[in-house]
Write a protein that binds this ligand. Structure first.
Ligand code: PBG
Length: 337
């Protein structure tokens, strides 16, 4: 049946009709808000390239979490800025690490029970060199191959990641989320969690994580920029969709309960492909650069903030994400209310 019998505009005539036939829905419970915990008291330091995003001391983070719970958000993703960094990232797995302290504080408040607390598992915020794994340099005995001045050691990193995950689970994390992209980390983390009687702690694996320019503002927020080199030997090449499917396959085989895709908007095709192929819960991370880019346009008055924000989030849901990690979580929940 063609025109004039078929008129697509009939169902677009009123807001009520459009609402009735809408295929994709956004709701606060599907949004996760990242928090950057830092030492101190009363600290609320805005990240220059991320307007509205702050480094928060734990007392301030508690207030922020209260407002997230009141808005009906699904959860929080916790990152830490340790007081001190070293080559083995001890701050990531120390019992009194910044995120461990934050988790205990957040868990002690009943009013925050509706929020799922997700702890990012990575070493880059805690290493002096800013890489996500253990680094060996050519001067050291376990020397990297000729021609390499340094190397990110995959297998030596796994026990540290596993230790970090256990420490975070014991401090109260509802979910641990490895974001480092070392091979075999999900298996190592699952085994360590089970051995520590944390067999009920799920793993949300950043299974498909591309080496992206869009992480720039995050590295300012978490002061985790690599001091030399880049992350291309462990994060994926942005040109590769099939490789992303293999990464996800492996992580699920190793025991990932859920997967996280990252970045989101520049990789919607990868999200869609993963959605069609895998039946595990799937999240997407609208990363710092995606947020910064939109905020920059809002500041110039070049885009309508509410509409552009909701449209970008709806697109990520339409591509297949069950939930979205986004710096817009609170603003979006307010707009949707
Ligand atoms: C840690 C990590 C990063 C992000 C999440 N976890 C940074 C990176 O890989 O360099 C980026 C999040 C964002 O850009 O919002 N490895």
């Amino acid at each position: 049946m063609n025109f004039p019998a078929t008129r697509m505009r009939r169902l677009r005539r009123t807001p009520a009709l459009r609402s009735l036939v809408r295929e994709t829905h956004l709701y606060p419970g599907a949004l996760v808000y990242p928090l950057f915990l830092c030492p101190g008291e009363g600290v609320r330091r805005e990240v220059a390239s991320m307007p509205g995003v702050f480094n928060l001391s734990i007392d301030e983070a508690l207030k922020e979490a209260e407002s997230c719970a009141a808005l009906g958000l699904g959860g929080l993703l916790l990152f830490g800025l340790p007081a001190h960094k070293d080559d083995l990232a001890t701050g990531a797995y120390s019992e009194n690490g910044i995120v461990q302290q934050g988790l205990r504080a957040l868990k002690s408040s009943r009013s925050l029970d509706t929020l799922v607390l997700i702890a990012d598992v990575c070493l880059c915020e805690y290493t002096s060199h800013g890489h996500c794994g253990v680094v060996t340099r050519s001067a050291s005995p376990a020397s990297p191959a000729p021609g390499e001045a340094w190397r990110i050691e995959n297998d030596a990193t796994l026990p540290l990641l596993a230790r970090t995950a256990v420490s975070l689970a014991q401090a109260g994390a509802d979910i641990v989320a490895p974001s480092d992209m070392m091979d075999g980390r999900v298996e190592a983390i699952r085994a360590a969690l089970d051995a520590a009687a944390c067999e009920n702690t799920p793993i949300l694996s950043y299974a498909s994580k591309f080496a992206s320019a869009f992480y720039g503002p995050f590295r300012e927020a978490a002061s985790s920029a690599p001091q030399f080199g880049d992350r291309r030997s462990y994060q994926m090449d942005g040109a590769n969709l099939r490789e992303a499917m293999r990464e996800i396959d492996l992580d699920i085989a190793e025991g990932a309960d859920m997967i996280l895709m990252k970045p989101a908007l520049p990789y919607l095709d990868v999200i869609r492909a993963a959605r069609e192929r895998f039946d595990v819960p799937l999240g997407a991370y609208q990363v710092s650069g995606e947020y910064a880019m939109l905020q920059a346009a809002f500041q110039r008055g070049w885009l309508d903030p509410e509409r552009a924000m909701l449209e970008s989030l709806t697109s990520i849901r339409r591509a297949g994400a069950d939930f979205i990690v986004t710096y817009f979580a609170k603003d979006a929940a307010r707009t949707l209310a």
